[in-house]
Design a protein around this ligand. Structure first.
Ligand code: ATP
Length: 299
């Protein structure tokens, strides 16, 4: 369980993180989303005891990171890659990390297999691709078999196969009762990975809810083409819809497809096309981060 309560960090006059409150609960994968510079890394660093908050607290299993009795066994973190020595093999790196963390080296080979680096274990880290370095960082985070996983931009550099692998790994971890908090600047990248979403912009939380609710928070957009667009536009607006046109057809917001079909029928206008545009996740995200604070529900 991760709890952030009124977490704030100022650098001089810059409020990098401003009164951030949210939780990431066991059994679920929580996505922490924000554009570059929105305060994600600073928040995660405070959670991991690497940056001191100006005010507020960050708790893992009810205590501050510094007070955890066995940090490596309780929390696994992927903060930045590139920490591995380029001349060291993947196996040597992981073994060193296991010794440093006091977790024993018996899991090293299993973990290399688990993250898909079994065949590259003897290869030098300096020759690893960005995706392979991410996999090695994930293996390092898993060394102590921690229940809480915290990852900053873990999907960075992963190809679609890597994303699918990461999704499986995080799902399994959550199903086993673990808590997962991962950050990204791309909502679409995380959509397949997460259950809950927390959106941060300019240091403050703009939205925190299950991902399903985020999809539901936006009105579906209909594309409608019919024989008499002018009449359609008029009757849809009379029914309270917002109607635009893209030159070819009408874009209708505020009506169900059933209503749009019935209204056209009542008006005697044959329809040639009636389609529901799936919500564009990236657009929802960009709309949210550009709205004023607290304009959206925060829970
Ligand atoms: N040590 C520091 N000194 C001064 N300002 C800082 C420091 N660290 C972060 N900031 C500022 O705090 C704000 C938030 O930065 P942060 O790195 O947390 O954002 P981010 O969302 O993680 O972005 P990115 O994805 O680019 O890492 C930025 O305006 C940044 O310039």
């Amino acid at each position: 369980m991760i709890e952030l309560i009124g977490l704030t960090k100022s650098y001089g006059r810059v409020r990098a993180v401003d009164d951030v409150t949210f939780s990431a609960v066991p059994g679920r994968v929580t996505g922490f989303l924000g554009l570059n510079g929105s305060g994600k890394t600073t928040t995660l660093r405070m959670l991991l005891g690497l940056t001191r908050p100006t005010s507020g607290v960050a708790l893992i299993d009810k205590v501050r990171f510094q007070k955890l009795s066995h940090p490596a066994r309780q929390v696994g973190a992927v903060l930045e890659q590139g920490i591995a020595h380029p001349g060291q093999s993947g196996r040597a790196h992981l073994t060193t990390q296991a010794i440093l963390a006091g977790t024993g080296r018996d899991r090293v080979d299993d973990l290399l297999e688990q993250v898909g680096l079994g065949d590259a274990a003897e290869q030098r880290c300096g020759e690893y691709s960005l995706g392979m370095r991410q996999r090695l960082a994930v293996a390092t985070a898993l060394l102590g078999d921690p229940s809480v996983l915290i990852m900053d931009e873990p999907a960075n550099g992963l190809d679609p196969e890597g994303i699918a692998w990461l999704r499986e790994l995080l799902r399994e971890h959550a199903h086993g009762g673990g808590t997962v908090l991962i950050s990204s600047h791309l909502l679409a990248e995380l959509a397949q990975l997460i259950d809950d979403v927390v959106i941060i912009a300019d240091g403050s939380i703009r939205y925190a809810a299950p991902l399903d609710e985020l999809y539901g928070s936006t009105s579906a957009r209909l594309r409608v083409r019919g024989r008499d667009p002018e009449t359609l536009l008029r009757v849809y607006e009379e029914a309270g819809a917002t109607v635009g046109t893209d030159g070819e057809g009408l874009e209708v917001v505020g009506l169900t497809p059933e209503d749009a079909g019935e209204i056209a029928f009542e008006a005697g206008v044959p329809l040639y096309e009636l389609a529901v545009d799936a919500p564009n996740l990236e657009q929802i995200f960009l709309d949210l981060v550009s709205t004023a604070p607290a304009a959206e529900p925060v829970r």
